[in-house]
Design a protein. Structure first.
Length: 327
């Protein structure tokens, strides 16, 4: 039996692409007693209510994670939290750094404090590949958030609340995906803009991301940073899969963008274990009773998980099949 059976779960930022996919999975499983969506946009909440036919298990809170008092009210009676709320656009962050700090860093600390105060049992925070060796402000704020959640297990040691983090790459079918934009351009016979034809990215489907998050929530003890073993894609292969034969032109890498992505840095290799289809990066200090998993295999010293040196790749044909299933 899943720990989620009969539980109350809150999702921050629950009206986004992943949030809606999580709602669909959790409601379909029949496990949850109550599912609370905490987000800022009333229109999106209305759309989600209609999408799920006003399911009686759904509750909606208008609120911002910058408001700790509102979080405390929303977390009353909540067993588990999935923290998905964040500002995420890389280029926008460079022009609005204080806003990203206020939401991604200070807002994350509010989620931590309110969860402890409210007696939440487990919190899983969503990270990004851009948080590993960050070169942009968005990635830097997410790295700080990751460390906040992991380290918060220290001062929550005398409480019931435990915190873990999941980190993965680009999500196919998410709201920020380039695929719909490329489709529209190809339909008009226009050339597809490519930032750099050498670029590679990690790639995960929306359903895979949902399952990875729920598995982490089910299996965590607190302090883990989970990274899935997922395939990489060449950006030119993705363009060919979306619009076969379409012309492509380079527009240059955007401010703060990497040519290749990283999910585990070399300096983290000494704390990284391979656990089947995922990696686990252990905390720097486990002073709350953290125990190293007995079934984990240590990776080689100096190991790094980069999208361009990955041992798993999606072909154009596999990508095309995935894109068609998204339609």
């Amino acid at each position: 039996m899943s720990i989620l059976t009969g539980s109350s779960i809150l999702i921050t930022g629950g009206t986004g692409s992943l949030g809606k996919a999580l709602i669909a999975e959790l409601l379909a499983s029949g496990d949850v007693r109550r599912l609370v969506i905490f987000s800022r946009d009333e229109l999106k909440q209305l759309e989600v209510r209609r999408m799920f036919n006003d399911d009686s298990r759904l509750r909606f809170f208008i609120g911002d994670i910058r408001d700790k008092d509102r979080l405390r009210r929303a977390l009353h009676g909540i067993d588990y939290v999935i923290h998905a709320a964040a500002l995420k656009q890389v280029d926008t962050a460079e022009y609005n750094p204080s806003e990203y700090v206020a939401t991604n860093v200070e807002g994350s600390q509010n989620v931590i404090d309110a969860s402890i105060d409210s007696g939440v049992k487990r919190v899983v925070a969503l990270s990004t590949d851009k948080a590993s060796s960050p070169i942009n402000l968005y990635g830097a704020t997410k790295l700080v958030a990751d460390r906040l959640f992991i380290s918060s297990n220290h001062y929550a040691a005398g409480y019931d609340t435990r915190f873990s983090v999941v980190r993965y790459g680009n999500v196919m079918g998410s709201r920020g995906s380039i695929v719909p934009a490329w489709r529209a351009l190809a339909a008009r016979g226009e050339s597809l803009p490519i930032t750099d034809k050498r670029m590679t990215r990690f790639w995960i489907t929306l359903q895979q991301a949902v399952q990875f998050v729920l598995d982490a929530l089910d299996n965590m003890t607190g302090g883990e940073l989970y990274v899935p073993r997922i395939p990489s894609v060449r950006i030119t292969d993705l363009a060919e899969a979306v619009a076969p034969g379409a012309a492509m032109h380079e527009i240059g890498i955007r401010p703060g963008e990497k040519l290749h992505e990283e999910m585990i840095a070399p300096d983290d290799s000494r704390r990284t274990l391979l656990l089947g289809s995922r990696y686990l990066v252990m905390p720097h200090i486990g002073g709350w009773g953290y125990e190293t998993p007995s079934d984990g295999i240590p990776v080689e010293d100096g190991f790094a998980y980069h999208s361009n040196t990955n041992d798993q790749w999606l072909s154009v044909e596999e990508l095309r099949d995935m894109v068609q299933r998204m339609s």
